[in-house]
Design a protein around this ligand. Structure first.
Ligand SMILES: *[C@@H]1O[C@H](CO)[C@@H](O)[C@H](O)[C@H]1NC(C)=O
Ligand SMILES: *[C@@H]1O[C@H](CO)[C@@H](O)[C@H](O)[C@H]1NC(C)=O
Ligand SMILES: *[C@@H]1O[C@H](CO)[C@@H](O)[C@H](O)[C@H]1NC(C)=O
Length: 395
């Protein structure tokens, strides 16, 4: 019994750790700050926000393949100095498993997934890397394509067995197609294809579309409400709204800075929107729970649904509901929605329950946007698991 209690207490602690904010433990930027030979690599990790992807996976074993300043310069030039292309490469260098010399010498050649595969559009194993045991003490990494160049590990910078390693490799790992990036030249088309036709036409009519387009190469996070969002009960009537108010509403759905769904989880305090005044009025705050990210206006919350395009320094994310500046909000002030327990989840939605990958666009299209229940399975499941553990602890 005592043993059981200890085990239950340990499980409870693990549960609490899981439910807590993602901003804990290792911080790749802070670690690499200690090595000036990886300064350039670290700079690109921050600019592309790949650092946030790495930091958000505290419980995943990872190996970061770093490049010296010289090798990083080569990579940037191979990528045509395009940040979205460099981002692809940095994701490929973030391996989702732990490696060090001892492990490779013991187990030999392997194939491992990377962040590129986990978060990019890469088909199946294109985004894998191979780990290759070499002569003597050497071992190397390469792209998964046949005949790919072997990039030997020159230094084990940091190793925390089976959790986290930073290894320096001689040269960047690359393959044909690694630097391909999504076309972003026609924002209207991107919006229409993402199911945000109403938003696109309002942006065109008011001229805010031009404001968005001008910001795309300087830093822009565009939150596009889907077409259903305009039909919601508490949505303002955009047909009767003055152009000035509509313009403000549209500017409010955009940030003049580059963010991703993952990086938003790490934001503290108020984010400036394009409608923000110098005094900081009309900002939004982020509420993150597990993989769920919502924006809070002070009057209502909008859930970030899908990433349509991530092309540093521009990202396009869809929203399940319109972000309305507090002064234009007309909906009845709602009490914060109670978190329904998994037991309340309609049996007709079994596919949603373990949907960790709710991020995928295809997934979204088949999903009713009003389904708040479908949107937050992880937090509720974790909470349910925790209460079960807690109950067993109290028995
Ligand atoms: C990580 O470290 C960097 C540099 O020290 C710091 O600016 C950043 O805020 C840290 N990130 C988190 C999530 O704590
Ligand atoms: C952009 O896409 C829209 C919608 O598909 C289309 O009507 C428009 O002609 C395109 N604009 C350009 C400049 O290609
Ligand atoms: C904008 O909306 C506010 C709040 O509903 C309203 O008081 C104001 O008159 C509107 N402004 C214009 C120019 O219509």
């Amino acid at each position: 019994m005592a043993m059981q209690r200890v085990a239950a207490a340990a499980a409870l602690l693990a549960c609490l750790a899981m439910a807590a904010s993602p901003v804990r433990g290792r911080n790749i930027t802070a670690i690499l700050d200690g090595y000036k030979e990886y300064k350039l690599y670290n700079k690109y990790l921050s600019e592309t926000k790949v650092c946030d992807e790495i930091n958000s996976r505290q419980s995943t074993s990872m190996t970061i393949l770093v490049l010296s300043n010289d090798a990083m310069t080569t990579l940037a030039s191979d990528a045509g100095d395009s940040l979205p292309a460099i981002k692809n490469a940095l994701r490929l260098h973030s391996v989702l498993d732990y490696y060090d010399r001892k492990k490779v010498k013991k187990y030999g050649d392997e194939s491992a997934a990377t962040l590129y595969q986990a978060t990019g559009d890469a088909a199946s194993t294109t985004g894998n890397v191979k780990v290759v045991d070499q002569e003597d003490k050497n071992y190397a990494f390469s792209a998964a394509t046949p005949g790919a160049r072997l990039c030997t590990v020159t230094k084990e910078v940091e190793t925390h067995p089976f959790k986290f390693a930073i290894l320096e490799v001689t040269a960047p790992i690359e393959f044909d197609g690694l630097f391909d990036t999504p076309a972003t030249s026609n924002l209207t088309r991107l919006l229409e294809r993402a199911g945000c036709k109403v938003f696109a036409s309002l942006a065109a009519r008011t001229g805010v579309l031009k404001t968005y387009e001008d910001a795309m190469d300087k830093g822009l996070t565009l939150f596009a409400p889907n077409d259903d969002a305009f039909q919601a009960k508490d949505a303002p009537d955009v047909k009767t709204m003055s152009t000035a108010n509509l313009t403000r509403l549209l500017q409010y759905n955009a940030l003049p800075s580059y963010n991703t769904k993952t990086s938003l989880k790490f934001v503290k305090g108020t984010l400036r929107t394009m409608a923000s005044t110098k005094a900081g009025k009309d900002g939004v705050t982020v509420v993150a729970k597990g993989d769920d990210v919502s924006l809070d206006t002070g009057k209502a919350r909008s859930r970030v649904a899908d990433t349509v395009v991530d092309s540093v320094p521009f990202s396009l994310l869809t929203l399940d509901s319109l972000l309305v500046p507090p002064e234009l909000y007309v909906g009845a002030p709602e009490a914060p929605a109670p978190e329904p327990s998994p037991a309340e989840t309609p049996a007709s939605q079994p596919a949603d329950a373990p949907s960790v990958a709710a991020d995928h666009a295809a997934d979204h299209k088949t999903k009713k946007p009003s389904s708040a229940i479908a949107s937050r399975p992880i937090g509720a499941l974790a909470a349910a698991a925790c209460s079960v553990v807690l109950a067993s602890l109290l028995l």
